[in-house]
Design a protein around this ligand. Structure first.
Ligand SMILES: [Zn+2]
Length: 329
């Protein structure tokens, strides 16, 4: 302690309720403890990272790989619409027109026999705030070694990035499942096209695991109670998965709809990420039309976390209805 320490105004010692401060002049450290309660320093925004519920005898956990703020949704969403029309739809839904946040939500399903992971997030080396699947799994009570099956709904980077770490496969005891048509597209057709960069990522992350991979067709089964359905358009072999246990059903819609307002309320509006715009729109209407008719819950990879909800028909599309306590009963 030096005399200089004691000349500091008490208010300065309280700033931010810091218990210690470094004196810039001379680099001396002074420590003090607040004598009376102070508001703590601001910690920044916080979000839950996992959400678990029961579906029959299954346990389903959604995991937030991360959130990515960015410009838009237009022209990523509503690519063939005016900025004004997209902004008006967003405003009517209490959303801004210039910025949006995209979320990424892998799902774990414990069937009692298998621990099945649907999609893997961005993985190590992802931009700040993304690639958090491993940490979220740990917080939710699981280890990568416990995963017995990894299902890839399609082979875009935000779904396959977590397959491989610096030391090899992230899920060492898993076998893998993806759509036959999806795998064929990325390994046979995409190289040499404008999708070549994404194909290189598939080559690095997915192809080395092909020996342990099962390739499904429409209606194919992952395990008892988990069934693939063709939902082509977003990518050539994109698939959705139906879970069913003790008569309870839930759809994993993956990237069939990627913005909870724009994609669901205006399923015909074009989305930049959809490989075949018309097929993707037809698939959106078919998949969500069925979910709405059946009145069953669904999980969408890019729906607002915890990404579980329902849809009701609204105009030319659907309205997103977030789940509340339906699945806790
Ligand atoms: Zn995606």
């Amino acid at each position: 302690m030096t005399a200089e320490t004691f000349t500091l105004d008490r208010r300065h010692l309280m700033v931010g309720a810091l218990s210690s401060i470094t004196l810039a002049s001379g680099g001396l450290m002074a420590t003090t403890t607040s004598a009376r309660a102070q508001a703590p320093e601001m910690l920044g925004a916080s979000k839950p990272g996992h959400y678990r519920f029961r579906l029959g005898t299954f346990e389903v956990t959604t995991l937030l790989d991360g959130l990515r703020p960015g410009d838009g949704p237009h022209p990523i969403f509503g690519a063939n619409q005016s900025q004004e029309d997209v902004a008006a739809l967003l405003a009517a839904n209490f959303l801004p027109g210039e910025r949006f946040v995209n979320g990424f939500t892998p799902v774990l399903v414990n069937t009692g026999t298998d621990l099945v992971l649907f999609d893997t997030g961005f993985g190590a080396g992802a931009p700040e705030g993304l690639g958090r699947l491993a940490a979220q799994m740990q917080a939710a009570g699981y280890t990568p070694e416990q995963v017995t099956i990894v299902v890839l709904t399609h082979l875009h980077g935000d779904h396959i990035g977590g397959l491989m770490g610096p030391d090899g496969p992230t899920f060492p005891n898993a076998r893998y499942v993806t759509g036959a048509r999806e795998y064929d597209f990325w390994t046979k057709t995409a190289p040499g096209t404008q999708a070549a960069d994404a194909a290189k990522n598939v080559e690095a992350k997915v192809v080395p695991l092909a020996e342990k991979m099962t390739f499904l067709e429409d209606g194919g089964s992952v395990v008892s109670g988990i069934t693939a359905e063709a939902a082509f358009g977003h990518t050539p072999g994109h698939m959705v998965y139906q879970l069913e246990s003790e008569g309870r059903r839930l759809m994993l819609t993956a990237d069939t709809a990627n913005h909870y307002v724009v994609s669901l309320q205006r399923p015909d509006w074009e989305v930049r990420f959809d490989a075949d715009k018309a097929a993707a729109a037809a698939t959106r209407k078919a998949v969500f039309g069925q979910i709405a008719a059946d009145r069953i819950p669904f999980i969408g990879y890019h729906m607002p976390f915890p990404a579980v909800g329902y849809v009701e028909p609204l105009g030319e599309g659907f309205r997103w209805v977030p789940a509340t306590y339906q699945l806790d009963l």
